[in-house]
Each structure stands twice: as structure tokens, then as C-alpha cells.
Design a protein around this ligand. Sequence first.
Ligand code: P6P
Length: 334
Amino acid sequence: MNEEKVTTDIITLTRHVLDEQRKHKEASGDLSLLLNAVQLGCKFVATNVRKARIGLAGGAQNVSGEDQKKLDVISNEIFINALRSSGKVAVMVSEEDEDAIIVEEGLKGKYCVVFDPLDGSSNIDAGVNVGTIFGIYRVNEGSAGTIKDVLRPGREMIVAGYCMYGSSANMVLTVGNGVNGYTLDNAIGEFILTHPNIRIPSRGKIYSVNEGNAKYWSEACQEYFHSLKFPPEGKNPYSARYIGSMVADVHRTLLYGGIFAYPADKKSKNGKLRVLYECFPMAFLTEQAGGKAITGLERVLDVVPESIHSRCPIFLGSKEDVEDVERLYKKYSK
Ligand code: P6P
């Protein structure tokens, strides 16, 4: 009788992070403990998203008609509590909070975490994948932890990731040495390495943008997307895929290639997406997977945010596709 092969040596996210830590003899282990707090936040939010989808948590009313805190508020509280209690964080910036959160002495650590606790949450009732997006800076040398420690270019981030909540919870993470994907095994409550060394194809066949804004686009942007839909003879048009949830659109782009964009337009001169906790983490992941991320003319990771909720335009994805955009924006900038 064929005996079912039982895996007895799984690579969990915690183990993978510790393996990475062991490569740095000077590492204190603080970052590994901080990433454990991030994992806890994601597991806890995943549970609440699953409950919300059956009307048991989050949203205006639950099945018994009681008022429920909105799921993004619950998710925000979950992350703030998990990060603060880790004792490894000095400054937090959340999409849900107007001001930066400076952690009190006694619990203050040496890292700054910027995050969107539940990006795309307006799509939850439609069953669309939503997610947590996060980035981590080390505080500046000699800093006690202030807002200046997060108003920095994205190239100074040391960790970026997202956790996408769908039929399963998928964590995609970089600590500056490539990109790995992990899937939450609810039976043991661990993220398991399922997508080692994610590499984005050098060119794709999919474009992902909200074409409802096309009338407001610049000439360069109009020309670029037109060229994908009406290519020269002998070339096939790209396919259009737009979910309207950044985590889902970027996840597909990382795995399949192509381009995701939220361009600047005449209505929004800096586009819609937030620099610190949407554009920087996704740009960092994209570059670490071999892709590119630009605002049009500039590398996204070189942007210096003026405030914690600043926005910036973004084109990210396959290197060759993004370079096509860059050439067009340069042509129109002359
Ligand atoms: P639009 C969701 O609200 C979000 O912040 C991102 O997740 C998503 O990429 C974008 O906004 C969608 O914006 O204007 O196309 O609906």
C-alpha cells in the first residue's frame, strides 16, 4: 500500500527569518522578534477577515444586528497593539491614524513600522482580496524615534511585505535579500514557505490600471496604454486586469509579470496611492524580485515624503515594461 508522504521538516516564516538572521553575526534578534509581531497581526487580521465574510466581525452590522467596529479599525488596533507590545518599535505610521504614533519609553525599540492595516477594505463585502501592507526602517543613528525617522526615501527601508487575505492568507516578504512567499496553514497557525525566491518576468502581457481615469491622464500616459491596446502589426495586445485592490493587483503582477499603475493625472497631481505604506513597500518588493518601480520620471524608492500621508504616482512591474514607460515620460518631458 502506498503510504502518504508526510512532510516532517516544514520551513516556517519564523524559521526562514531566523536562518536569515544567522547570516548576520551582529544581529541582536530584535528584527526577528519584530517580524513575529507582524506575523501575529496578520494571523489575527486573517481570522477577522474570514469572520467578516460570514458576517461575524467588522462591518456595520453583524448577524445579530449589533453595531460592529469596521474591520479596518479592528485591524488597525490589532497591529498597533502587536507592534507596541513587541518592545521593538519606536514610531508607527498607519493609514488609519492622522498622526504618527511615538511609542512610550519602556516599550520603545529601534524600528519604525509604516503600514496600511487593511488596504482595499472597501472591497471586502464583494469578496475581493484585501491585505495588510507594511515597511520597516531602522531609526536614524542617535535618534530617540521621531517623525523624522520615517520621512525618508524608500531606499532606506530594510523590510517590506504584504499579507493578502483571500481564500488563504499569503504573506510576501523581503528583508533585502530577494522575495519569498508564505501561505498560512491554519491547522498549525504558521506561515509556510510556498513561493521561494519570487522573480518577476522581465516582460509581461498584462496591464493593470483604472482606465476610468483615462480622460485625465497625461499625453505620455495616454500614449503608453494606447500602445499596449493597439500594438504594431504582428504583436498581440496586452490583456487588461484590474481588481482595484493594490495587494491583489501587485501580487498578480509579481507572479505573472506585466505592469500595475496608479498614474498622476489632471485630477490628482500625485496620483492616489500613499508613499510610505503603499508605494514604498510594493516598490521595494518589486525591485527585489527583479522588476522596476517609477513615478514616471523618478525611481519610487528615491522619493522623499513631505508628510506621513503623502501620495506619489506609481508604475511597477516587469523591468522591460516599466522601461517603456520611462522612455515615453522622458520623451514628453523634453
Ligand atoms: P481606484 C484601495 O482603495 C486602494 O487604496 C488600493 O488598494 C487600490 O489599488 C486603489 O485604491 C484603487 O483605487 O481609484 O482605482 O478605485
